[in-house]
Design a protein around this ligand. Sequence first.
Ligand SMILES: C[S@@+](CC[C@H](N)C(=O)[O-])C[C@H]1O[C@@H](n2cnc3c(N)ncnc32)[C@H](O)[C@@H]1O
Length: 233
Amino acid sequence: MHANSRPVTSSQTEAHSHLSRLVSRHISSPYQKPVMPYNRAAFDLFVQHWRTAGEPPVILDAGCGVGLSTFNLAAQFPRHFVVGVDQSADRIDRKTQWPGPPPPNALLLRAELADFWRLMGEAGIPLERHYLLYPNPWPKIGHLGRRWHGHPAFPAAIALGGTIECRSNWPVYVEEFAMALRQLGVTGVATEAYAPSQPITPFEIKYLASGQQLWRCHAPIPVEVIASMQSNV
Ligand SMILES: C[S@@+](CC[C@H](N)C(=O)[O-])C[C@H]1O[C@@H](n2cnc3c(N)ncnc32)[C@H](O)[C@@H]1O
């Protein structure tokens, strides 16, 4: 594993001044881009596997990359069904860094998250846990709208409920994520420096090996926030 990853550098050193305005806009105007057929097909495959497994509680590993974290989470939560979703067919198909064969309670899918989140919501399938592990930081100041909390589908992601957790090596990302959650009405949002004893994703392994500080934000999504986001999407 490479130990030569550099920390994020950005001219943005604190939460973006337009974050609150952007989140407000996304709360008041639902994301209406049509769902792509390949995402619907991936979602249908998820439903098929999940039903066959007896419809256990669902964990979503959003932006799972090569899927190592999906497998690790499946081992950590054997009574849950863990679905790893990534838009990169290359990463999903790589099958490198897997510790062994896929666990029976894990599924990797190539899909775009904004569509997958909305399809989960339409089908009324809630999440028990929702991980966004080391999303692309998009550190340029003009990139706010590309970060998950600045994305128009963010309310649809939060409408799925569960305990959400975002990890990053860029503290500004985690701070903004927490601010966006609070703006949606989520109480009990925690942010902290994070030093895992057992790293679970290739990026986490790489950053730790490079001596970087990691950060995370986590919060249970309250039922009233779920209801309010559902009425909104
Ligand atoms: C920096 S990588 C982190 C991968 C993995 N979570 C890890 O920690 O090793 C971010 C991942 O998010 C995926 N991604 C970015 N935007 C996405 C989207 N709209 N839908 C699905 N996956 C996306 C990328 O393909 C990439 O694999």
